[in-house]
Design a protein. Structure first.
Length: 88
């Protein structure tokens, strides 16, 4: 599979998870049945969905985007980040 297809699959699967979760929550709320909303799962899925939409909109792959975010938080031994600017 190409990285572009994986990016689209991540977007599709997280959207489906969020849609089913919201639909189930609304349906059970209307009927009065209880439903346990796992807020951290929903927030994590929403974050992954937004990252994948951003990757698609900018023409990047999800892997490239995660790597660039990871580079923002990594520091070299001399106190600089990989792009060369000084981090405090």
């Amino acid at each position: 599979m190409t990285p572009e297809i994986i990016t689209y699959l991540i977007c599709l699967l997280t959207f489906a998870y969020l849609a089913v979760t919201v639909f189930t929550f609304v349906k059970n709320r209307r009927t009065g049945d209880g439903y346990r909303l796992r807020i951290f799962y929903v927030l994590a899925a929403a974050l992954v969905f937004l990252l994948s939409v951003y990757a698609i909109a900018t023409g990047q792959t999800y892997d490239d985007l995660v790597t660039s975010i990871n580079d923002l938080f990594q520091k070299n031994n001399d106190g600089t980040n990989p792009s060369g600017s000084l981090r405090l």
